[in-house]
Design a protein around this ligand. Sequence first.
Ligand code: PLP
Length: 465
Amino acid sequence: AQQQAQASYDAQDLWQKDRNHFVHPFTDFSVFHENGCDLITDSDGIYVEDAHGNRFIDGIAGLWCVNVGHGRAEIGQAMAEQATRMAYFSTFNNLSNAPATELAAKLAELAPAHLNHVFYSCGGSTANDATIRLVHYYFNRLGKPSKKRILSRTNAYHGTTYMAASLTGIASNNWQFDTLDLVTHLSEANCYRRPEGMSEAEYCDHLTDELEQTIDRLGADNIAAFIAEPIMGAGGVLVAPQGYHSRVQAICRANDILFIADEVVTGFGRLGHFFASEAVFETQPDIINVAKGLSSGYAPLGATLISDALYEVLSTPQGPGGVLSTGFTYSGHPVSCAAALKNIEIIEREGICENVLDVGPYLESQLKTLASHETVGDIRGSHFMMAIENVADKTTKELLPVEARVGDRVAAEAQKRGLIIRPVGHLNIISPPLIWTRQVVDEVVAILDDAFAATTRSLKADGCL
Ligand code: PLP
Protein backbone atom coordinates (compact mmCIF):
# COMPACT_ATOMS: atom_id res chain seq x y z
CA ALA A 1 0.00 0.00 0.00
CA GLN A 2 2.85 2.33 0.89
CA GLN A 3 4.65 1.64 -2.41
CA GLN A 4 1.46 2.45 -4.32
CA ALA A 5 0.93 5.68 -2.42
CA GLN A 6 4.51 6.74 -3.16
CA ALA A 7 4.14 5.95 -6.85
CA SER A 8 0.98 8.04 -7.11
CA TYR A 9 2.62 11.29 -5.91
CA ASP A 10 4.24 13.70 -8.31
CA ALA A 11 6.82 15.24 -5.96
CA GLN A 12 7.59 18.28 -8.12
CA ASP A 13 3.91 19.07 -8.72
CA LEU A 14 3.16 18.81 -4.99
CA TRP A 15 6.14 20.99 -4.09
CA GLN A 16 4.97 23.67 -6.51
CA LYS A 17 1.35 23.64 -5.33
CA ASP A 18 2.46 23.77 -1.73
CA ARG A 19 4.75 26.73 -2.38
CA ASN A 20 2.05 28.57 -4.31
CA HIS A 21 -0.91 28.00 -2.02
CA PHE A 22 -0.21 26.62 1.45
CA VAL A 23 0.38 29.27 4.11
CA HIS A 24 2.32 27.23 6.62
CA PRO A 25 2.35 27.76 10.37
CA PHE A 26 5.69 28.80 11.90
CA THR A 27 7.49 29.23 8.59
CA ASP A 28 10.57 31.28 7.82
CA PHE A 29 9.60 32.88 4.53
CA SER A 30 13.19 33.76 3.66
CA VAL A 31 13.74 30.02 3.33
CA PHE A 32 10.25 29.11 2.10
CA HIS A 33 10.22 31.39 -0.95
CA GLU A 34 13.46 29.84 -2.12
CA ASN A 35 13.24 26.22 -1.02
CA GLY A 36 9.55 25.53 -0.39
CA CYS A 37 8.84 22.60 1.91
CA ASP A 38 10.01 19.04 2.30
CA LEU A 39 6.93 16.92 1.78
CA ILE A 40 6.59 14.03 4.18
CA THR A 41 4.35 11.52 2.46
CA ASP A 42 4.66 8.17 4.21
CA SER A 43 5.28 6.75 7.64
CA ASP A 44 5.74 3.51 9.47
CA GLY A 45 6.58 2.88 13.12
CA ILE A 46 9.53 5.12 14.02
CA TYR A 47 10.12 6.15 10.40
CA VAL A 48 8.80 8.75 7.98
CA GLU A 49 9.51 9.11 4.28
CA ASP A 50 9.63 12.16 2.03
CA ALA A 51 8.11 12.51 -1.44
CA HIS A 52 11.40 11.38 -2.99
CA GLY A 53 11.41 8.14 -1.05
CA ASN A 54 14.08 9.17 1.49
CA ARG A 55 13.52 7.47 4.83
CA PHE A 56 14.20 9.10 8.20
CA ILE A 57 14.00 8.14 11.84
CA ASP A 58 11.35 10.42 13.33
CA GLY A 59 13.05 12.12 16.27
CA ILE A 60 10.17 14.48 17.02
CA ALA A 61 7.09 12.23 16.95
CA GLY A 62 5.59 14.41 14.24
CA LEU A 63 5.41 17.41 16.59
CA TRP A 64 5.65 15.88 20.07
CA CYS A 65 2.52 13.90 19.35
CA VAL A 66 2.77 10.56 17.51
CA ASN A 67 3.40 8.79 20.80
CA VAL A 68 2.47 5.25 19.72
CA GLY A 69 4.37 5.60 16.45
CA HIS A 70 3.24 5.82 12.85
CA GLY A 71 1.11 3.57 10.71
CA ARG A 72 -1.02 1.96 13.40
CA ALA A 73 -3.60 0.22 11.24
CA GLU A 74 -5.88 -0.47 14.20
CA ILE A 75 -6.24 3.25 14.92
CA GLY A 76 -7.03 3.88 11.26
CA GLN A 77 -9.56 1.07 11.37
CA ALA A 78 -11.25 2.38 14.53
CA MET A 79 -11.52 5.80 12.89
CA ALA A 80 -12.86 4.35 9.64
CA GLU A 81 -15.47 2.28 11.48
CA GLN A 82 -16.63 5.32 13.43
CA ALA A 83 -16.61 7.54 10.34
CA THR A 84 -18.84 5.14 8.46
CA ARG A 85 -21.09 4.36 11.42
CA MET A 86 -21.62 7.94 12.60
CA ALA A 87 -18.98 10.43 11.55
CA TYR A 88 -20.39 13.44 13.27
CA PHE A 89 -23.28 14.71 15.31
CA SER A 90 -23.61 17.60 17.73
CA THR A 91 -22.58 17.36 21.37
CA PHE A 92 -24.38 20.62 22.20
CA ASN A 93 -27.81 20.82 23.84
CA ASN A 94 -27.95 17.49 25.66
CA LEU A 95 -26.72 15.35 22.78
CA SER A 96 -23.76 12.98 22.98
CA ASN A 97 -21.99 10.18 21.17
CA ALA A 98 -20.51 6.87 22.24
CA PRO A 99 -16.75 7.42 21.72
CA ALA A 100 -16.78 10.85 23.41
CA THR A 101 -18.61 9.40 26.40
CA GLU A 102 -16.34 6.34 26.68
CA LEU A 103 -13.27 8.51 26.37
CA ALA A 104 -14.42 10.95 29.07
CA ALA A 105 -14.91 8.03 31.45
CA LYS A 106 -11.51 6.57 30.52
CA LEU A 107 -9.75 9.90 31.06
CA ALA A 108 -11.42 10.25 34.45
CA GLU A 109 -10.12 6.77 35.33
CA LEU A 110 -6.54 7.57 34.23
CA ALA A 111 -6.29 11.09 35.63
CA PRO A 112 -5.54 12.00 39.26
CA ALA A 113 -8.48 11.00 41.46
CA HIS A 114 -10.11 14.45 41.78
CA LEU A 115 -10.20 15.13 38.02
CA ASN A 116 -13.36 13.47 36.77
CA HIS A 117 -14.85 15.86 34.22
CA VAL A 118 -13.79 16.43 30.62
CA PHE A 119 -14.38 19.39 28.33
CA TYR A 120 -13.33 18.64 24.74
CA SER A 121 -11.63 20.91 22.26
CA CYS A 122 -9.79 20.55 18.96
CA GLY A 123 -6.16 20.66 20.13
CA GLY A 124 -3.86 22.23 22.69
CA SER A 125 -4.48 25.90 21.90
CA THR A 126 -8.23 25.53 22.00
CA ALA A 127 -7.98 23.49 25.22
CA ASN A 128 -6.06 26.33 26.86
CA ASP A 129 -8.34 28.96 25.39
CA ALA A 130 -11.49 27.19 26.53
CA THR A 131 -9.93 26.68 29.95
CA ILE A 132 -9.37 30.38 30.53
CA ARG A 133 -12.96 31.11 29.52
CA LEU A 134 -14.17 28.44 31.93
CA VAL A 135 -11.95 29.77 34.71
CA HIS A 136 -13.29 33.30 34.25
CA TYR A 137 -16.83 31.97 34.17
CA TYR A 138 -16.11 29.99 37.35
CA PHE A 139 -15.00 33.05 39.30
CA ASN A 140 -17.86 35.15 37.89
CA ARG A 141 -20.29 32.56 39.13
CA LEU A 142 -18.63 32.55 42.52
CA GLY A 143 -19.21 36.29 42.70
CA LYS A 144 -15.51 37.09 42.29
CA PRO A 145 -15.50 38.89 38.93
CA SER A 146 -12.26 40.75 39.59
CA LYS A 147 -10.31 37.48 39.48
CA LYS A 148 -9.27 37.64 35.81
CA ARG A 149 -5.49 37.84 35.48
CA ILE A 150 -3.60 34.70 34.53
CA LEU A 151 -0.02 34.07 35.62
CA SER A 152 2.13 32.37 33.02
CA ARG A 153 5.88 32.27 32.48
CA THR A 154 8.44 33.67 30.09
CA ASN A 155 9.19 31.15 27.35
CA ALA A 156 6.05 29.14 28.07
CA TYR A 157 4.30 27.76 25.00
CA HIS A 158 0.54 27.35 25.22
CA GLY A 159 -0.54 27.69 21.57
CA THR A 160 -1.66 30.33 19.12
CA THR A 161 -5.32 31.18 19.50
CA TYR A 162 -5.46 34.77 20.73
CA MET A 163 -5.71 33.70 24.36
CA ALA A 164 -3.21 30.84 24.07
CA ALA A 165 -0.73 33.12 22.30
CA SER A 166 -1.18 35.63 25.10
CA LEU A 167 -0.37 32.91 27.64
CA THR A 168 2.69 32.01 25.57
CA GLY A 169 5.82 33.76 26.77
CA ILE A 170 8.21 33.16 23.86
CA ALA A 171 8.83 36.71 22.65
CA SER A 172 9.69 35.72 19.07
CA ASN A 173 6.39 33.82 18.75
CA ASN A 174 4.43 37.01 19.24
CA TRP A 175 6.70 39.28 17.18
CA GLN A 176 4.43 41.76 15.38
CA PHE A 177 1.40 39.95 16.75
CA ASP A 178 -0.78 41.53 19.40
CA THR A 179 -1.66 39.85 22.67
CA LEU A 180 -4.43 40.26 25.21
CA ASP A 181 -3.73 42.21 28.37
CA LEU A 182 -4.89 39.41 30.64
CA VAL A 183 -1.61 37.70 31.38
CA THR A 184 1.40 38.44 33.62
CA HIS A 185 4.54 36.47 32.85
CA LEU A 186 6.82 35.31 35.64
CA SER A 187 10.39 34.14 35.03
CA GLU A 188 10.81 30.71 33.52
CA ALA A 189 12.56 28.08 35.59
CA ASN A 190 15.84 27.74 33.70
CA CYS A 191 18.38 25.83 35.77
CA TYR A 192 21.09 26.09 33.08
CA ARG A 193 20.90 29.88 32.93
CA ARG A 194 20.03 30.57 36.55
CA PRO A 195 21.81 33.48 38.25
CA GLU A 196 25.51 32.86 38.81
CA GLY A 197 26.40 31.20 42.11
CA MET A 198 22.85 30.17 43.07
CA SER A 199 22.26 26.59 44.13
CA GLU A 200 19.22 24.82 42.67
CA ALA A 201 17.44 25.11 46.03
CA GLU A 202 18.18 28.84 46.25
CA TYR A 203 16.98 29.26 42.68
CA CYS A 204 13.71 27.58 43.61
CA ASP A 205 13.32 30.06 46.51
CA HIS A 206 14.13 32.90 44.13
CA LEU A 207 11.36 31.83 41.72
CA THR A 208 8.74 31.27 44.39
CA ASP A 209 9.65 34.62 45.99
CA GLU A 210 8.98 36.25 42.63
CA LEU A 211 5.58 34.54 42.50
CA GLU A 212 4.67 35.75 45.99
CA GLN A 213 5.82 39.28 45.23
CA THR A 214 3.80 39.29 42.01
CA ILE A 215 0.69 38.16 43.86
CA ASP A 216 1.26 40.93 46.44
CA ARG A 217 1.70 43.49 43.68
CA LEU A 218 -1.30 42.49 41.58
CA GLY A 219 -3.52 41.44 44.47
CA ALA A 220 -4.81 37.88 44.81
CA ASP A 221 -8.32 39.23 44.22
CA ASN A 222 -7.30 40.04 40.66
CA ILE A 223 -5.64 36.73 39.81
CA ALA A 224 -7.63 33.77 38.54
CA ALA A 225 -5.03 31.16 37.74
CA PHE A 226 -1.44 30.11 37.23
CA ILE A 227 -0.68 27.98 34.16
CA ALA A 228 2.49 26.01 33.49
CA GLU A 229 3.86 23.10 31.52
CA PRO A 230 5.34 20.59 34.00
CA ILE A 231 8.45 20.62 31.79
CA MET A 232 8.53 23.62 29.49
CA GLY A 233 8.58 22.25 25.93
CA ALA A 234 8.96 24.56 22.95
CA GLY A 235 10.52 27.17 25.24
CA GLY A 236 13.58 24.95 25.53
CA VAL A 237 12.74 21.75 27.43
CA LEU A 238 13.34 23.45 30.75
CA VAL A 239 13.15 21.24 33.83
CA ALA A 240 12.28 23.27 36.92
CA PRO A 241 14.26 22.86 40.15
CA GLN A 242 13.19 20.10 42.48
CA GLY A 243 9.99 20.97 44.34
CA TYR A 244 9.18 24.06 42.24
CA HIS A 245 5.75 22.97 41.01
CA SER A 246 4.46 21.75 44.37
CA ARG A 247 5.61 24.95 46.08
CA VAL A 248 3.95 27.05 43.37
CA GLN A 249 0.78 25.06 43.82
CA ALA A 250 0.81 25.60 47.58
CA ILE A 251 1.20 29.37 47.08
CA CYS A 252 -1.66 29.35 44.56
CA ARG A 253 -3.88 27.40 46.95
CA ALA A 254 -3.17 29.85 49.77
CA ASN A 255 -4.26 32.71 47.52
CA ASP A 256 -7.37 31.18 45.92
CA ILE A 257 -5.56 30.98 42.57
CA LEU A 258 -6.28 27.97 40.38
CA PHE A 259 -3.32 25.81 39.32
CA ILE A 260 -3.51 24.68 35.69
CA ALA A 261 -1.10 22.12 34.25
CA ASP A 262 -0.63 22.23 30.49
CA GLU A 263 0.23 18.59 29.84
CA VAL A 264 -0.19 18.82 26.09
CA VAL A 265 3.37 17.50 25.69
CA THR A 266 4.09 15.80 29.03
CA GLY A 267 0.85 13.79 29.02
CA PHE A 268 0.24 10.37 27.50
CA GLY A 269 3.53 8.73 28.27
CA ARG A 270 6.28 11.17 27.29
CA LEU A 271 7.59 11.15 30.87
CA GLY A 272 6.50 7.57 31.53
CA HIS A 273 3.00 8.24 32.88
CA PHE A 274 -0.38 9.14 31.41
CA PHE A 275 -0.24 12.35 33.44
CA ALA A 276 3.01 13.71 34.86
CA SER A 277 1.56 16.25 37.30
CA GLU A 278 0.92 13.95 40.21
CA ALA A 279 3.08 10.97 39.27
CA VAL A 280 6.26 12.97 38.64
CA PHE A 281 5.79 16.44 40.11
CA GLU A 282 3.55 15.66 43.10
CA THR A 283 0.98 18.30 42.23
CA GLN A 284 -2.80 18.04 42.15
CA PRO A 285 -3.80 20.62 39.53
CA ASP A 286 -7.32 22.02 39.47
CA ILE A 287 -7.21 21.55 35.71
CA ILE A 288 -5.01 19.47 33.39
CA ASN A 289 -5.02 20.16 29.67
CA VAL A 290 -4.08 17.50 27.16
CA ALA A 291 -3.96 17.14 23.35
CA LYS A 292 -1.25 15.72 21.05
CA GLY A 293 -0.49 12.28 22.59
CA LEU A 294 -4.14 11.93 23.59
CA SER A 295 -4.83 10.75 20.04
CA SER A 296 -1.14 10.29 19.09
CA GLY A 297 -1.84 12.86 16.39
CA TYR A 298 -4.05 10.49 14.38
CA ALA A 299 -6.89 13.01 14.69
CA PRO A 300 -7.16 16.52 16.15
CA LEU A 301 -8.28 16.46 19.76
CA GLY A 302 -7.77 18.35 23.00
CA ALA A 303 -9.29 18.00 26.44
CA THR A 304 -9.56 19.98 29.65
CA LEU A 305 -9.75 17.77 32.73
CA ILE A 306 -11.65 19.53 35.45
CA SER A 307 -11.71 18.87 39.20
CA ASP A 308 -14.84 17.84 41.04
CA ALA A 309 -14.77 21.13 42.98
CA LEU A 310 -14.69 23.26 39.83
CA TYR A 311 -17.28 21.13 38.10
CA GLU A 312 -19.69 21.66 40.95
CA VAL A 313 -19.64 25.40 40.24
CA LEU A 314 -19.49 25.16 36.43
CA SER A 315 -22.43 22.76 36.39
CA THR A 316 -24.70 24.81 38.63
CA PRO A 317 -27.77 25.55 36.52
CA GLN A 318 -27.97 29.16 35.39
CA GLY A 319 -31.71 29.56 35.58
CA PRO A 320 -34.42 29.26 32.96
CA GLY A 321 -33.00 28.75 29.47
CA GLY A 322 -29.41 29.45 30.50
CA VAL A 323 -26.69 27.17 29.12
CA LEU A 324 -22.92 26.93 29.54
CA SER A 325 -22.34 28.78 26.28
CA THR A 326 -18.91 27.63 25.26
CA GLY A 327 -17.64 24.79 23.09
CA PHE A 328 -16.80 23.89 19.54
CA THR A 329 -18.68 22.16 16.74
CA TYR A 330 -16.06 19.47 17.05
CA SER A 331 -16.03 19.15 20.87
CA GLY A 332 -16.08 15.41 21.41
CA HIS A 333 -15.74 14.59 17.71
CA PRO A 334 -16.59 10.88 17.47
CA VAL A 335 -13.81 9.99 15.00
CA SER A 336 -11.14 11.79 17.06
CA CYS A 337 -12.42 10.19 20.26
CA ALA A 338 -12.42 6.75 18.63
CA ALA A 339 -8.78 7.35 17.64
CA ALA A 340 -7.95 8.40 21.22
CA LEU A 341 -9.64 5.34 22.74
CA LYS A 342 -7.68 2.98 20.48
CA ASN A 343 -4.51 4.96 21.16
CA ILE A 344 -4.96 4.58 24.92
CA GLU A 345 -5.70 0.88 24.48
CA ILE A 346 -2.38 0.49 22.63
CA ILE A 347 -0.43 2.46 25.25
CA GLU A 348 -1.82 0.19 27.98
CA ARG A 349 -1.60 -3.08 26.05
CA GLU A 350 1.98 -2.57 24.86
CA GLY A 351 3.26 -1.09 28.11
CA ILE A 352 4.39 2.07 26.35
CA CYS A 353 4.72 4.05 29.60
CA GLU A 354 6.90 1.22 30.91
CA ASN A 355 9.03 1.43 27.76
CA VAL A 356 9.57 5.14 28.41
CA LEU A 357 10.50 4.47 32.02
CA ASP A 358 12.99 1.86 30.82
CA VAL A 359 14.47 3.46 27.67
CA GLY A 360 14.07 7.11 28.74
CA PRO A 361 16.96 7.17 31.23
CA TYR A 362 19.11 5.37 28.61
CA LEU A 363 18.25 8.05 26.03
CA GLU A 364 19.20 10.74 28.58
CA SER A 365 22.52 9.09 29.46
CA GLN A 366 23.47 8.38 25.84
CA LEU A 367 22.64 11.90 24.68
CA LYS A 368 24.87 13.18 27.48
CA THR A 369 27.85 11.53 25.75
CA LEU A 370 27.51 14.31 23.14
CA ALA A 371 28.66 16.85 25.75
CA SER A 372 32.23 16.59 24.45
CA HIS A 373 31.31 18.45 21.25
CA GLU A 374 32.59 22.00 21.15
CA THR A 375 29.20 23.66 20.69
CA VAL A 376 27.14 21.51 23.05
CA GLY A 377 26.44 23.63 26.13
CA ASP A 378 23.64 21.76 27.83
CA ILE A 379 21.81 18.46 27.37
CA ARG A 380 18.62 18.41 29.35
CA GLY A 381 15.14 17.08 29.71
CA SER A 382 13.60 13.93 30.98
CA HIS A 383 12.77 10.58 29.39
CA PHE A 384 11.42 11.14 25.86
CA MET A 385 11.50 14.93 26.10
CA MET A 386 15.05 16.16 25.50
CA ALA A 387 16.91 19.18 24.15
CA ILE A 388 20.47 20.14 23.38
CA GLU A 389 21.45 23.79 23.75
CA ASN A 390 24.24 24.98 21.45
CA VAL A 391 26.63 27.68 22.61
CA ALA A 392 29.70 29.52 21.36
CA ASP A 393 31.46 29.21 24.71
CA LYS A 394 30.73 26.53 27.28
CA THR A 395 32.15 28.50 30.20
CA THR A 396 30.39 31.80 29.59
CA LYS A 397 27.37 30.07 27.97
CA GLU A 398 27.49 32.78 25.34
CA LEU A 399 25.31 31.93 22.34
CA LEU A 400 26.44 31.76 18.73
CA PRO A 401 25.28 34.63 16.51
CA VAL A 402 21.69 34.16 15.30
CA GLU A 403 22.95 34.27 11.69
CA ALA A 404 24.97 31.10 12.34
CA ARG A 405 21.61 29.26 12.55
CA VAL A 406 23.24 26.58 14.61
CA GLY A 407 20.04 24.67 15.40
CA ASP A 408 19.21 24.53 11.68
CA ARG A 409 22.71 23.36 10.85
CA VAL A 410 22.62 20.49 13.34
CA ALA A 411 19.14 19.47 12.18
CA ALA A 412 20.22 19.55 8.52
CA GLU A 413 23.32 17.46 9.25
CA ALA A 414 21.17 14.94 11.15
CA GLN A 415 18.62 14.85 8.33
CA LYS A 416 21.36 14.15 5.78
CA ARG A 417 22.20 11.12 7.90
CA GLY A 418 18.62 9.89 8.20
CA LEU A 419 17.29 11.48 11.39
CA ILE A 420 14.77 14.30 11.82
CA ILE A 421 15.22 16.44 14.95
CA ARG A 422 13.74 19.87 15.53
CA PRO A 423 15.69 23.10 15.42
CA VAL A 424 14.34 25.85 17.69
CA GLY A 425 16.72 28.81 17.54
CA HIS A 426 19.99 27.67 19.10
CA LEU A 427 18.40 24.46 20.41
CA ASN A 428 17.71 21.05 19.00
CA ILE A 429 14.78 19.12 20.38
CA ILE A 430 14.46 15.35 20.48
CA SER A 431 10.94 14.17 21.36
CA PRO A 432 10.55 10.78 19.71
CA PRO A 433 7.71 8.34 19.39
CA LEU A 434 7.55 6.43 22.67
CA ILE A 435 8.43 3.12 21.01
CA TRP A 436 12.14 3.79 20.54
CA THR A 437 14.27 0.92 21.81
CA ARG A 438 17.84 1.03 23.12
CA GLN A 439 19.11 -0.04 19.68
CA VAL A 440 17.33 2.92 18.08
CA VAL A 441 18.82 5.20 20.73
CA ASP A 442 22.31 3.89 19.84
CA GLU A 443 21.68 4.52 16.14
CA VAL A 444 20.34 8.03 16.83
CA VAL A 445 23.23 9.01 19.11
CA ALA A 446 25.77 7.81 16.50
CA ILE A 447 24.05 10.00 13.89
CA LEU A 448 23.99 12.97 16.26
CA ASP A 449 27.66 12.46 17.09
CA ASP A 450 28.51 12.82 13.38
CA ALA A 451 26.03 15.68 12.93
CA PHE A 452 27.54 17.74 15.77
CA ALA A 453 31.07 17.08 14.47
CA ALA A 454 30.02 18.20 10.97
CA THR A 455 28.32 21.27 12.41
CA THR A 456 31.44 22.31 14.31
CA ARG A 457 33.46 21.95 11.10
CA SER A 458 30.99 24.01 9.07
CA LEU A 459 30.74 26.72 11.75
CA LYS A 460 34.53 26.98 11.74
CA ALA A 461 34.71 27.02 7.96
CA ASP A 462 32.20 29.89 7.94
CA GLY A 463 34.07 31.80 10.64
CA CYS A 464 31.21 31.52 13.17
CA LEU A 465 33.28 29.66 15.76
N1 PLP B 1 0.50 23.57 24.96
C1 PLP B 1 1.71 23.05 24.81
C2 PLP B 1 2.54 22.74 26.02
C3 PLP B 1 2.21 22.78 23.53
O1 PLP B 1 3.44 22.29 23.37
C4 PLP B 1 1.39 23.05 22.42
C5 PLP B 1 1.86 22.77 21.06
O2 PLP B 1 3.00 22.49 20.81
C6 PLP B 1 0.13 23.63 22.63
C7 PLP B 1 -0.30 23.86 23.92
C8 PLP B 1 -0.75 24.00 21.48
O3 PLP B 1 -1.30 22.87 20.93
P1 PLP B 1 -1.95 22.90 19.47
O4 PLP B 1 -0.82 23.21 18.53
O5 PLP B 1 -2.52 21.53 19.33
O6 PLP B 1 -2.98 23.95 19.44
